[in-house]
Ligand binder design. Structure first.
Ligand code: ZN
Length: 132
């Protein structure tokens, strides 16, 4: 059973979904996991009702971090901003389906950290003019 998940993770790592940054983007956030050297940059376009219209991301790092981003971000289109904010650690771990030690956990959850920071940061962010 573990092998099945491992295959899925490797597949996402080798063929990441939604790769490529969007411009302009309503949500634009990037962060690192210095412990492992993982990096994720996420961009999201929202429609007028704050529902995700498009997602694009770039990243580098270990298989877990990149696969986690690919798997998580693939599910975002059609979700509301509120739903983005309520994605939990458990959701991501369930999606990955394998047991992770503390170091790998940081890798796996970088994608979530970037998503949350981006989704919450929007409230305080006035928006960019060049969107017009
Ligand atoms: Zn990593």
């Amino acid at each position: 059973m573990d092998d099945l998940y491992r295959e899925l993770i490797l597949d996402h790592y080798r063929n990441p979904r939604q790769k490529g940054l969007l411009s302009p983007a309503d949500i634009d956030y990037e962060d690192d996991n210095p412990v492992c050297g993982d990096h994720i940059h996420l961009t999201i376009q929202l429609d007028e009702n704050n529902v995700v219209k498009a997602v694009g991301w770039e990243g580098q790092g270990c298989a877990i971090s990149q696969a986690s981003a690919s798997m998580l971000y693939e599910t975002l289109v059609g979700k509301s901003l509120e739903e983005l904010r309520s994605v939990s650690k458990e959701d991501v771990l369930e999606m990955l389906g394998i047991t992770l030690g503390p170091v790998r956990l940081k890798c796996a959850l970088l994608s979530l950290k970037v998503l949350k920071a981006g989704a919450y940061g929007l409230t305080a962010w006035p928006g960019e003019d060049e969107e017009e």
